[in-house]
Design a protein around this ligand. Structure first.
Ligand code: 5GP
Ligand code: MG
Length: 180
């Protein structure tokens, strides 16, 4: 696995530190409303981020699962998205925080957001670990961002290429010859 990574973009220690800060930002933003917050992760890329982030949140919260699929090849981004499985939890009149790995073109989060808004939550905010500033759309503006990054293909810390590398503990740049 290690030899497939060209370079480490964000080492695990920086991720760890930034997640504590994000958790504090989230707690501060929700304040009294944080009790009973419902977190909706966008699977599967957000799983490691989600696991670390929620353990830094000092209030009672729930996780609501939904499955979104994208019609795409392994490393391409953008394209159509589709809801495969409905939410496992009722979010009507509840404060909802969507957690995703990367905001790139915004297509994924646009689908998720419109699906969730139909259920009339009390509020809907978005937290992403990474934002690629090159394509970031102006209709999907995340409330919490871990790191802004350049337009490079990254893997690790939950992010995959062809379902591999999710267990790599750092965020790294894949060797281009592996996907070109
Ligand atoms: P968007 O729908 O915003 O274009 O793309 C967001 C989704 O595309 C992310 O949630 C992620 O699953 C995938 N994606 C975008 N860029 C990358 C990347 O650099 N690496 C990986 N592994 N996935 C990416
Ligand atoms: Mg994703």
């Amino acid at each position: 696995m290690e030899r497939d990574i060209a370079r480490i973009l964000i080492p695990r220690s920086r991720i760890r530190q930034r997640i504590s800060e994000l958790a504090r930002e989230i707690s501060r933003t929700y304040g009294e409303d944080s009790q009973g917050l419902i977190i909706v992760p966008v699977l599967a890329g957000s799983i490691i981020f989600l696991a670390d982030l929620i353990r830094d949140l000092p209030f009672k919260m729930k996780i609501g699962l939904m499955t979104i699929s994208r019609y795409r090849g392994a490393a391409t981004t953008g394209g159509e998205t589709q809801l495969l499985q409905d939410l496992t939890i009722d979010i009507t009149n509840r404060h909802v925080l969507v957690v995703d790995d990367i905001l790139d073109t915004g297509n994924t989060l646009r689908t998720v957001k419109s699906q969730l808004l139909q259920r009339k939550p009390a509020s809907l905010r978005i937290c992403v670990l990474l934002r690629k500033t090159a394509k970031a759309p102006n209709d999907i503006i995340p409330d919490f961002v871990g790191f802004d990054i350049d337009d490079v293909f990254v893997v690790g810390y939950g992010l995959d290429y062809d379902d591999n590398y999710r267990n790599w503990p750092d965020i790294g740049v894949l060797r281009p010859e592996l996907y070109e």
